[in-house]
Design a protein around this ligand. Structure first.
Ligand code: NAP
Length: 325
């Protein structure tokens, strides 16, 4: 069992910022990165709205910078996923990983983020990697010269639709209402783009494949008229929002009905010494900069909490054993 002062779960902008702050405050900090270092921003092609980069920066570059900055102050990144937690007896908290590591941490900062939501329709799961994708940056390249659909009407859908025009000949955005949710600036850009068409008030009922096993059609339903028809496409990119990655916490953290962590305005969860930042609790702002700011705030709270109980903390070289073992 490895003992650390601060364990950060997740490595998106909130996690890497939290780690930068706690490590710089001289608290030993380990980050369990999750499957994807950097989280969702690492799959974003161009980040234009992160302050300090007037010409924009790619998601992977931004992540690399954040990682290097946290490591410069001593944060250690471990490429692993958390499989089990025991927060039940208060600090120190116990965390196990898929790679078989066990940690005891005086404080935990949960920045585990959220995952793309699936449509849940026939053909979707089966065709992932054969024409169905949730990541334009990862898969857009495979659709050079092809015709694709993007499902969703929010910022993600339009931003990714615009990105996909670099590859595809035609991008049809399918939205379930007759009004987009996306911000005006993205709407203006997408509507002005010659390769982007909009299919409103329409849902995808099924994704079909051809003899080659690749996506060939989607079955669309006009929700106003009830008309059901087939629409030819080579790919389906789904951007319909995200679900928080909170399952691993079971009933050990207070979550709302949608599974988002409940925090107070100081980023404290219901467990003293555990903080949450970024998309694991924030379903509203969801920006790299807000996630980073929240990670900073959560870290400052954790630092204060650790400093206030300095006398109670065990030395880091002590072998920790879960209470009751
Ligand atoms: P979102 O804003 O929640 O939009 C999700 C879209 O998917 C909505 O249009 C929604 O339709 C649709 N949808 C949801 N469930 C569906 C289903 N089962 N079938 C069909 N359509 C479905 O999610 P998002 O676009 O991922 O954005 C999340 C947050 O990140 C937002 O706050 C956004 O501003 C932010 N963001 C910002 C940027 C940027 O600033 N450049 C880029 C990406 C994301 P309804 O509209 O009918 O609900």
């Amino acid at each position: 069992m490895r003992k650390v002062r601060v364990l950060v779960i997740g490595s998106g902008p909130s996690g890497l910022t939290a780690a930068l702050y706690t490590a710089r405050a001289q608290h030993s900090t380990v980050v369990i990165t999750g499957n994807q270092l950097g989280g969702q921003i690492s799959t974003t092609d161009e980040v234009e709205n992160y302050p300090g980069f007037p010409d924009g920066i790619t998601g992977p570059e931004l992540v690399e910078n954040m990682k290097n900055q946290a490591e410069r102050f001593g944060a250690e990144l471990i490429f692993d996923i958390v499989t089990e937690v025991d927060f039940s007896k208060g600090s120190p908290f116990y965390v196990k990983t898929d790679g078989g590591e066990e940690f005891s941490a005086d404080s935990v900062i949960v920045t585990i983020g959220a995952n793309p939501r699936e449509l849940g329709i026939p053909g979707e799961k089966e065709q992932v990697g054969r024409g169905v994708s949730y990541c334009a940056t990862c898969d857009g390249f495979f659709f050079r010269g092809k015709k694709i659909v993007v499902v969703g009407g929010g910022d993600s859908a339009l931003q990714e639709a615009l990105f996909l025009t670099k590859f595809a000949t035609e991008v049809d955005v399918i939205h379930r209402r007759d009004e987009l949710r996306a911000s005006a600036i993205l709407q203006d850009r997408a509507k002005a783009h010659p390769k982007i068409n909009f299919i409103y008030s329409t849902v995808v009922d099924e994704i079909k494949s051809g003899d080659d096993g690749l996506v060939s059609h989607v079955v669309l339903r006009d929700v106003k008229t009830g008309n059901v028809y087939q629409h030819k496409t080579d790919g389906v990119f789904v951007f319909i929002g995200y679900d928080p990655n909170s399952k691993v916490f079971g009933d050990q953290l207070a979550l709302n009905d949608e599974g988002y962590a409940i925090v107070d305005p100081l980023f404290r969860t219901n467990v003293e010494g555990i903080y949450a930042a970024g998309e694991i609790h924030d379903s509203i702002f969801r920006q790299a900069i807000t996630a980073a700011g929240q990670g900073c705030s959560a870290a400052l709270m954790a630092i204060k909490w650790l400093d206030d109980r300095e006398d109670l903390l065990q030395p880091l070289d002590a072998v920790a054993t879960p209470a009751g073992d």
